[in-house]
Design a protein around this ligand. Structure first.
Ligand SMILES: [Zn+2]
Length: 467
């Protein structure tokens, strides 16, 4: 270990308490991004979380800017030519199953637990403290550094579009602290679409599943009118459905296993379970039985086969698809929201046509859709190779650059890659998906945040030399 790394370690030791306190301050402000008339653009929580983050930066002696509450920036050094870091202070809804309070963060066994600790308020503070470290250690830099803090990353990324309108001079190179280490050199494209079924003709009076389009739902339910608990006893127990009586008849529900749409492996879609169960229970009209069987069929796998769009490529792997939301429309159609992550070489227009065709075979129709394009940076480029080497040296690993199905700000910026701050190989506090980003009891290991600050400092120095 050299002299510089020693001084960075001393800086981190001195600042450990402040760093955790600042992450907690941000996590305790619930900031789910939502379009808001009363508190534009993304609601009161986002306005407050952004103000808090910028205030923390000002208290640390940085100049800041606020872009009409779409996002803010923290500035260091001359800004004509600058290096960028792009993090966000909005979070996804807390969802179900928390053992801890999602908005009253606590420290436990060296971890911080709370919504946003891991995605992305902890990483945002890691980025801020890497700037502080460079300033305190008086490290000479030819470029300025600019940290952007967005408020709409989790629901549309309109924040970065607004930022680019206000600041056309983008950084010469950027890192996005919103993923795993080492470097993500490609992000799959995202096609999200709504489709509707034929009009239902039977006894389904309510139907609902999911909380967000980008998550595999862990619960779904429906109400069947004109039935009592006796008839409900006829439902085979092997279908995994729960039944209870309600005013209109019986409520049938299914429980699944949630996961992020970008990583559906291991999940169990409650919408598929419910629809497959309803199709097999013998309590629906024959028409509605078919509709339910078709929906279950669309969701029979995670890799696009149910929609006839299975494909893969060498640089970015397999296409994945999920259905995250199901609702009954006013005109008695089932509305489904599909979220598809396609490989970088796939053409979204072609996929859309194939989906249109496979849905039409069963009387379903697409009502609206949107595409977020894929991104790709050459994994052999010095930028990707240098950052990967810095991570491997600090973490003592031999990891390779990788591809994700998730979207980060990187796809909206030139010469940008998602880079940490999460360590894929380190122990975790909870089993399974619990504790991960977007999940219940989201948490972050504080030592990982500290190590990521060191990696960011060394990387910014390297990028400063490179450009
Ligand atoms: Zn994030």
């Amino acid at each position: 270990m050299n002299n510089l790394e020693n001084t960075i370690d001393l800086f981190l030791e001195r600042r450990r308490r402040d760093i955790t306190a600042h992450i907690i301050r941000l996590v305790n402000i619930k900031s789910v991004s939502e379009l808001s008339q009363d508190h534009p653009p993304y609601g009161e929580g986002c306005i407050r979380a952004l103000a808090e983050a910028l205030q923390i930066a000002e208290q640390l002696g940085f100049e800041t800017r606020n872009y009409e509450n779409h996002c803010g920036t923290v500035l260091y050094g001359p800004q004509q030519k600058h290096l960028g870091m792009f993090a966000h202070v909005d979070v996804v809804p807390e969802g179900n199953g928390w053992e801890y309070n999602p908005f009253d963060a606590v420290e436990k066994e060296g971890y911080l637990i709370g919504r946003g600790t891991n995605d992305d308020k902890g990483p945002a503070m890691a980025a801020l403290y890497s700037m502080l470290c460079i300033r305190e250690l008086n490290i000479p830099m030819r470029h300025g550094i600019r940290l952007m803090l967005g408020c709409n990353e989790e629901s549309g990324m309109a924040d970065i579009a607004h930022y680019k309108e206000c600041e056309p001079d983008l950084p010469v190179a950027s890192i996005i602290p919103d993923a795993l280490f080492p470097v993500c050199y490609a992000e799959k494209g995202i096609l999200s679409l709504n489709a509707v079924s034929p009009v239902l003709k039977g006894n389904i009076v309510k139907l609902h599943g999911g909380v967000a389009g980008n998550m595999v739902p862990d619960s779904a339910c429906c109400v069947l009118s004109g039935l009592n608990i006796k008839t409900a006893c006829a439902i085979p127990s092997g279908l995994g459905l729960q039944v209870q009586t309600v005013e209109e008849g019986i409520m049938v529900s299914a429980k699944g296993i949630s996961s992020h749409a970008a990583l559906p492996e291991g999940s169990e879609n409650a919408i598929r379970l419910l629809c497959a169960g309803l199709a097999g229970c013998g309590l629906l009209s024959s028409h509605d039985t078919m509709v339910m069987a078709n929906i279950a069929g669309f969701l029979g796998d995670y890799y696009g086969q149910g929609l006839s769009i299975a494909c893969e490529d060498e640089v970015s792997g397999r296409l994945t698809h999920i259905c995250g939301l199901m609702e009954l429309t006013e005109d008695q159609k089932v509305q489904l929201n599909f979220n598809i992550r396609f490989p970088v070489t796939a053409k979204p227009e072609a996929l859309l046509e194939r989906i249109r065709g496979s849905l039409a075979d069963f009387g379903f129709a697409i009502t609206d859709w949107s595409v977020s394009p894929s991104m790709f940076v050459d994994p052999q480029s010095p930028f990707v190779q240098k950052l990967t080497a810095i991570y491997n040296r600090v973490a003592g690993t031999n990891a390779q650059p990788f591809v994700i199905g998730a979207a980060t700000y990187a796809r909206h910026l030139p010469n940008a890659v998602a880079f940490g701050p999460h360590f894929p190989d380190r122990p975790r506090l909870f089993e399974g998906q619990r504790g991960e980003e977007h999940m219940a009891d989201e948490c972050v290991f504080i030592q990982n945040i500290l190590d990521s600050i060191k990696i960011y400092v060394l990387s910014l120095i390297e990028m400063d030399r490179m450009y």
